[in-house]
Design a binder for this molecule. Sequence first.
Ligand SMILES: NC(=O)c1ccc[n+]([C@@H]2O[C@H](COP(=O)([O-])OP(=O)(O)OC[C@H]3O[C@@H](n4cnc5c(N)ncnc54)[C@H](O)[C@@H]3O)[C@@H](O)[C@H]2O)c1
Ligand SMILES: [Fe+2]
Length: 414
Amino acid sequence: MSEHIGLLRLPREVRFGFGARRAVAGLAAGFGERVAFVVDPFLAETDDFRAVLAETHDRGCRTEVIADVPPELPVGAVQDAAEALRPFGADVIVGYGGGSALDAAKLVSLLLAHPAPLDRYYGENAVPGPVTPLVAVPTTAGTGSEVTPVAVVSDPSRAVKVGISSPHLIPAIAVVDPELTMSAPAGVTAYAGIDAFVHAVESFTAAPLADVGAERLPVFVGRDVLTEPLSLEAARLIHRSLPVAIANPGDRRAREEMSRASLLAGMAFGSAGTHISHAVQYPIGALTHTPHGLGTGMLLPYVLQAFLPAIPDRLAVLGEALGLDAAGDERARAQATVDAIADLCARIGLPTSLAELGVSHADREQVVTLSLQARRLVDIAPQPVDEQLMGAIFDAAFAGDRSRLSDVIVDMRP
Ligand SMILES: NC(=O)c1ccc[n+]([C@@H]2O[C@H](COP(=O)([O-])OP(=O)(O)OC[C@H]3O[C@@H](n4cnc5c(N)ncnc54)[C@H](O)[C@@H]3O)[C@@H](O)[C@H]2O)c1
Ligand SMILES: [Fe+2]
């Protein structure tokens, strides 16, 4: 197999940089005169959003605003939002907000084009065709949802949040303006920012894309020569700018680097995928009601420690991108990388154990079982993951002790 194969699925246009928001109205109007906004409730009241709305009216467009979808995205609320919007006959949806609002916008654009209920489309590649075109405008530097093929929803009949993944959900246009993130409070900046870092690192350490000539490919295919440079650059930028953006929210350079990095990480993981920190976060998030990035960030050092014996080469290269010494023994460099990542998590104030997060040891079996059921994530882990390895990751993360993972048996992929 050639190592030099790749796959990227992306929006048809990506605008990035301070001032990019001024293009939103014109880009939306390019799809037609009926423009629907799905907006985060807090951001709907901001001057920046009102300016975008006014500019859209100035172009002769009719608008409708949906700003009441709760952040957990309960499936019923998403379906209600789509029904409320249906008579309007939107030509385009503009999603405006953090990952929650962008995911809500993706799901509304799906339901305006295909029949409810939403559970028909759970899982991978179940969306039958194109959705209502979406212009995605993120206000956090984190999820990368503006360029990814996935949206996550809460369904009361399921124990954990469910993903809907399909290339049809990739927004038509992404407009990423770091100015819109400047008002994000420290907690949102930290949790969204570390999630972007996990996207970068997990896409870089995923199993490799196997066969670019296959007729049908899954939504998430593993790392490759096109995603790797995006992942590395994103990790480099976040490592140096996330602590600055948290400590000094007005630092424009740090905000710009965080927005750019979360966009690059989204481009990378939107094709490559993420793996075990995400697989474990879903049940942990459901149990503890803690933010997505808090969980993925807290788990990442344990997940990397578990995989270190299988991928010392990749972790050593990642360390170079983070500015660590490029000379010396590969395994020692890999360990230094994991230590540096644990240090970053500590510096931004993440808890260091599952116990601290509010998980009880009695939850072990449920967490391990549900994590293993996240096949799209488990299947692209750096090495096969069974109950024993998942249990070992839980135990180390529960105790806050990475040294417990040093004797994990390595079962290399063929
Ligand atoms: N689709 C994807 O590819 C993908 C990837 C990762 C995570 N997610 C999902 O994204 C969600 C998390 O998204 P998030 O971290 O962006 O947070 P979020 O959208 O849930 O927003 C968190 C809080 O921050 C506020 N906020 C957002 N931007 C702000 C700003 N500029 N100024 C002030 N306040 C602001 C919001 O009002 C909200 O109260 C999770 O539900 C997760 O499941 C999706
Ligand atoms: Fe994530």
